[in-house]
Design a binder for this molecule. Structure first.
Ligand SMILES: [Zn+2]
Length: 162
């Protein structure tokens, strides 16, 4: 698993995901993660600059949860959402690298539904929202053969410029 990329984002992006989750509580929020794959340091080693595969989240594209039948425990991304998110990404010269949604009053673990509706390659962030307050945030990635849905490391950092 040495080549598993780390998901990197600023505290500002992490805060926006959490906020979206509390705004839509008790329903789920969802949105696209815009960013790019590359390499860099995760900043945790004292030995110096170790180059690691990194997936960086640079912007968000919030979506409207269209699951009116069961908006509190299902989220689904439509073909139209994908098109809109990809257009927004292109305008910023970024890619859609994943999706986020919240789990109101449930742990930040993928449901059976999440796993069955996931696509390989994308990162899936889940933020748990307990009593309206954002809690744990995790990220998941489905293997190409769909046999594993593994947790990814999230690195939240203040922007270096500050
Ligand atoms: Zn879910």
């Amino acid at each position: 698993m040495a080549t598993a990329p780390i998901l990197k984002m600023s505290t500002e992006i992490a805060e926006k995901i959490r906020q979206h989750g509390s705004e839509t509580y008790p329903n789920e929020c969802c949105g696209a993660l815009l960013g790019r794959d590359g390499s860099g340091t995760d900043g945790t080693t004292t030995a110096g600059a170790v180059q690691l595969p990194l997936r960086e989240i640079i912007a968000l594209f919030p979506l409207v949860n269209r699951r009116e039948d069961s908006p509190h425990n299902r989220f689904s991304v439509t073909a139209e959402d994908v098109r809109d998110a990809e257009k927004a990404a292109r305008e910023k010269k970024l890619d859609v690298v994943g999706w986020y949604h919240s789990h109101p009053d449930h742990p930040a673990r993928p449901s059976q539904y999440d796993r069955e509706h996931a696509w390989p390659w994308y990162s899936y962030i889940i933020v748990s929202v307990a009593n309206g307050k954002p809690a744990e945030m995790t990220s998941w990635r489905l293997s190409d053969d769909r046999s594993a849905y593994a947790c990814e490391d999230i690195a939240i950092r203040d922007r270096a410029a500050r």
